[in-house]
Write a protein that binds this ligand. Structure first.
Ligand code: MN3
Length: 202
């Protein structure tokens, strides 16, 4: 019942020039693999965690060892991150329903993008910027470390629709200290087809 690392859903160079091939290779094959391996070790060591899905583990994160919070979040968040990006040619566009919700809840696409970039830029240290559905409304949040809005201990709970990784390992080789530039470039590789499907299911 061990968790396994899925292959990237595209080639390592598919998100160039936004995310360079070397970064994607190290990020997936080294960082994400390490979260996967360490999650499996932590679950092996905790009887209460065994045989559960990630969603089931997130529902009881506060009662589990910190290693399951950190590596479980790292495992799940990265799967969600890879799946939410695509080469620009395959990325699609926001559906009419999603666009209407962005207008209604976030003040339109430009305001949404600015707020999402700000959430990423202002996350101190390592973490993530998210678009989530909370109580039927879209909301932008950020989380520290490997936390996410599915965890029972999250101050902001909700269903994730889109995420960007603002750990330095996600961008440092190409962008160095220029995290805002990385956040702005992200939009050209957002897999809107996937975000639309997540929104429809939420
Ligand atoms: Mn990462």
């Amino acid at each position: 019942m061990a968790f396994t690392l899925p292959p990237l859903p595209y080639a390592y160079d598919a998100l160039e020039p936004v995310i360079d091939k070397e970064t994607l290779h190290i990020h997936h094959d080294k960082h994400h693999q390490a979260y996967t391996d360490n999650l499996n070790k932590a679950v092996d060591a905790e009887p209460k965690a065994q045989g559960k899905s990630m969603e089931e583990l997130f529902a009881i994160t506060s009662s589990l060892p910190k290693a399951i919070r950190n590596h479980g979040g790292g495992y799940w968040n990265h799967n969600f991150y890879w799946d939410g990006m695509a080469p620009t040619a395959d990325a699609g566009a926001p559906s009419a329903g999603l666009a209407a919700a962005i207008d209604r809840d976030l003040g339109g696409m430009d305001a949404f993008k600015a707020a999402f970039e700000s959430a990423g830029a202002t996350q101190f240290g390592s973490g993530w910027a998210w678009l989530i559905v909370q109580d039927g409304k879209l909301k932008i949040i950020n989380t520290p470390n490997q936390d996410n809005s599915l965890m029972d201990l999250a101050p902001e709970k909700g269903t994730p629709l889109l995420v960007n990784d603002v750990w330095e390992h996600a961008y440092y080789l190409k962008y160095q200290n220029r995290r805002p530039e990385f956040l702005k470039a992200f939009w050209t590789v957002v897999n809107w087809n996937r975000v639309n499907a997540r929104f429809a299911a939420a």
